[in-house]
Design a protein around this ligand. Sequence first.
Ligand code: ADP
Ligand code: MG
Length: 261
Amino acid sequence: MADAAWLTISRLSKQFGQGEGAVSAIREISFSVPKGTFLSILGPSGCGKSTLFNLIAGLMQPTSGDVLMDGRSVINRPGQVGYMLQKDLLLPWRTIEDNITLGLTLQGISRKEARKMALPLMEKCGLDGFAHHKPQALSGGMRQRAALLRTLLTGQETLLLDEPFGALDAITRLQLQMLLTQIWQEMGKTILFVTHDVDEALLLSDEILLLSRRPGTVLRRFMVDLPRPRTPHMLAQKETAALKADMMDLLWKEVGQDGTA
Ligand code: ADP
Ligand code: MG
């Protein structure tokens, strides 16, 4: 089953509003994702990436088109994916541990059992010593780690990560990228990852989907054939640099030389 499409996005369009003030966010987007793939989505700001995720998450109705997961439409069926946003959105009044296990306790799993499930991941991420701290006592990088673990522990097969590391400094981002890759490989999840950082996409992904400016359409799909584990050094290799240049060229053409997307 490894090559069968797990997720199929089919001619998906979304328009906000009607008449003169209508905004077409995405138009006729189609692609499919085999189970276990790490796919990054890259595109100009405002091209509809978050809208695409809201549609895949079943939180929003498309104007037309469909999203199939494991052969079934997710339209009007939220709760089929784990979803993580750039802002960590941890609950300030709950401890880190209670934030991380939130999805599990909401599913009716006892706190004790949830803690047992979370502990190995918390240890792996260096969060075990902070289990009883409140989020505001932690650095931005640690809060994002906690939000990532909470997303992983929802138990969903498919994870949507919307620019999760965008606000972090370069070193912390690299640490979290490596951690995410390691966890993804161990847990075998299907990950869709929005980023505006071409290097980040190259470092993490099996495939990269490049979107046009708004209304977002698929410009091109790139395969990233680098071996794993990946290292930052690979970004300097000739083939990778050429791939990056191709993507940057396409994006540059999309936004125009005046930079207006
Ligand atoms: P991206 O994540 O690629 O930056 P978004 O999906 O957030 O882009 O937005 C795409 C376009 O859709 C933008 O023009 C935005 O203003 C518009 N948009 C997004 N969500 C809504 C909404 N709920 N109502 C109206 N317009 C929206
Ligand atoms: Mg967005």
